[in-house]
Design a protein around this ligand. Structure first.
Ligand SMILES: *[C@@H]1O[C@H](CO)[C@@H](O)[C@H](O)[C@H]1NC(C)=O
Ligand SMILES: *[C@@H]1O[C@H](CO)[C@@H](O)[C@H](O)[C@H]1NC(C)=O
Ligand SMILES: *[C@@H]1O[C@H](CO)[C@@H](O)[C@H](O)[C@H]1NC(C)=O
Ligand SMILES: *[C@@H]1O[C@H](CO)[C@@H](O)[C@H](O)[C@H]1NC(C)=O
Length: 194
């Protein structure tokens, strides 16, 4: 059941199912040393995501809109369009600094994202910002340990639906530096979006 919830929550975070399983525990990653949520707010386009493993839910025109609810909570609005039906789905959640990781550190780059789930109540997932320049790209990582294994998720978000190559090259360089460039990813279709 835990796995099912995880898949649900992650599919909401990324706007799609985007998980990659692995052996052993989560690889150690470094997150951005100082994160400023006030600069992070606004609209992001999903440029790449981990290759879906279980089944292809599909999702194009995936966006995330972050805005401040108050000084500690960010509102998360994820949208995507089903390529099969053409219908848009929207899910609204919230993100807060993960106190178990950061204590009272106000520049915490390790967040917890929470979405309401019918019947279950709510579901949570980690949202770690490995790096962002706030104005062009953000590299987001989520990894959860299971017995003898882990499930990891990677997203590249960009401010532009069709970012210039220089932005993507920069994101790739950072993923290489962080040792996660081997995570299989696929490009998100941002063509003919509303
Ligand atoms: C706050 O957290 C960041 C990582 O999110 C870390 O690099 C920084 O050193 C921390 N600051 C303090 C004062 O602990
Ligand atoms: C993003 O959210 C903010 C705050 O709710 C809203 O004002 C803005 O119009 C939204 N932008 C888009 C593109 O939906
Ligand atoms: C911020 O907003 C969230 C969501 O509405 C709420 O749960 C939380 O108590 C608020 N925190 C502060 C410090 O106002
Ligand atoms: C965090 O802040 C709370 C309330 O201000 C305080 O009680 C607590 O000791 C602080 N924790 C750390 C690790 O600084």
């Amino acid at each position: 059941m835990k796995m099912l919830y995880l898949i649900l929550i992650i599919s909401f975070i990324g706007g799609n199912l985007a998980q990659t399983p692995g052996i052993g525990s989560c690889p150690p990653v470094k997150t951005i040393s100082s994160f400023d949520p006030s600069k992070y707010v606004g609209l992001w386009y999903e440029n790449r995501r981990s290759i879906p493993n279980f089944f292809e839910l599909g999702g194009k025109c995936v966006t995330a809109n972050y805005s401040a609810i108050n000084e500690s909570t960010i509102k998360v609005v994820n949208r995507k369009i089903s390529p099969l039906t053409g219908t848009e789905s929207v899910i609204v959640g919230s993100a807060v600094a993960d106190k178990s990781q950061c204590g009272n550190n106000t520049s915490c780059s390790k967040l917890i994202v929470e979405f309401p789930i019918p019947i279950v109540g709510k579901a949570q997932g980690t949202y770690w910002i490995l790096d962002t320049d706030y104005t062009s790209y953000s590299i987001v990582w989520s990894c959860t340990d299971f017995i003898f294994s882990h499930v990891k998720y990677l997203w590249v978000l960009t401010r532009e639906p069709k970012p210039p190559k220089s932005v993507l090259d920069k994101a790739n360089t950072i993923m290489e530096k962080y040792g996660i460039a081997d995570t299989p990813t696929m490009e998100t279709n941002q063509d003919n979006c509303p």
